[in-house]
Design a protein around this ligand. Structure first.
Ligand code: NDP
Length: 283
């Protein structure tokens, strides 16, 4: 059976290190402050926002939540972002996605000061990521790279297949994996035959959001399998990977829950600390 890539344990280790960093900042009179803008009543978003608040508190980061009504106008959200951009006490700003239909998420993201962009989703941060000059990265992608490094799984020269090309997972992960000298394929709905790619992959990352998308026949023996997907099936939380059959063929595999999810929140907190240190001249 493949070994478990324990995201939860690694996230707790990271949290301990972050706590120490925050303690040092506080000793110098610096209190990291992270602002989350949540628009509307999406129940999953509300859970994510609460999870972040709990984690932030544990580490010593202050988090302010701006809960806005579902009919909020884009111009009003932009005004709020502008205020937070110029507030020297604010170190990080994120807009919880998705946003309601009357609002263009790209307008909001491009308004956030890149120096406060904890999510790494502003056009400036995305450009820097592909240029190799980034100082923030989208948290899920950074968490996956961190997890592989923690378990000493080298990416150099490996075939990495990523299913999903979103701005928050697939694309930034491709950029980070390229930096580590992996050969990357990004797969999506128009990809003709997923299996043709996945069977050649040394590392498979599935970020599609479809339960049982990755089955044992799709992977080569000894592959590393990272499951980003979050799906609700019959009241259970499952990933994209048919875990029970794939675990026997993989060398390493992330569980769902307890794999990538906890890392996403921890890496977000790390970005808040990074940006706070940067704003205070501590690189
Ligand atoms: P999106 O819906 O934005 O993107 C999904 C991507 O997967 C798209 O590029 C889509 O292709 C591709 N895709 C979906 N189904 C298939 C398929 N059957 N074959 C090939 N490609 C497919 O989702 P996100 O990137 O936001 O999230 C992906 C999943 O990861 C979700 O389940 C989400 O809940 C989860 N997630 C988990 C996180 C964590 O911390 N664990 C963090 C972020 C997300 P196309 O572009 O052609 O439509």
């Amino acid at each position: 059976m493949g070994q478990i890539l324990d995201g939860k344990a690694f996230a707790n280790l990271k949290a301990d290190k972050l706590k120490e960093k925050v303690k040092k900042l506080k000793a110098d009179g610096i209190q990291p402050l992270f602002c989350v803008i949540n628009i509307g009543d999406d129940s999953a978003s509300k859970i994510y926002v609460r999870t972040k608040k709990r984690r932030a508190k544990k580490i010593g980061i202050e988090q302010k939540i701006y809960q806005l009504p579902a009919n909020e106008q884009e111009s009003d959200v932009i005004k709020l972002i502008d205020q937070l951009n110029v507030d020297p006490k604010v170190n990080g700003i994120m807009v919880q996605l998705p946003v309601p239909d009357q609002i263009d998420e790209n307008h909001l993201l491009s308004r956030i000061d890149p120096e406060k962009d904890v999510d790494g989703l502003t056009p400036a941060s995305a450009g820097r990521l592909w240029q190799g000059t980034h100082f923030v990265e989208p948290a899920t992608a950074a968490g996956i790279i961190g997890l592989l490094e923690h378990y000493q799984i080298d990416l150099d020269g490996k075939n990495m297949v990523i299913i999903g090309r979103s701005n928050i997972v697939g694309k930034p992960l491709a950029a980070l994996a390229l930096e580590k000298n992996a050969t990357v394929s990004l797969l999506h709905h128009h990809t003709q035959n997923l299996k043709e790619y996945t069977q050649k992959a040394d590392i498979i990352v599935s970020a599609a959001g479809q339960a049982n998308l990755i089955t044992a026949d799709m992977i080569k023996p000894g592959a590393v399998v990272i499951d980003v997907g979050i799906n609700h099936v019959n009241g259970h939380l499952v990933g994209d990977v048919a875990f029970d059959e794939v675990k026997d063929k993989a060398s390493w595999i992330t569980p769902v829950p307890g794999g990538v999810g906890p890392l996403t929140v921890e890496y977000l907190m790390e970005q808040v600390v990074k940006l706070t240190r940067r704003a205070n001249g501590r690189q």
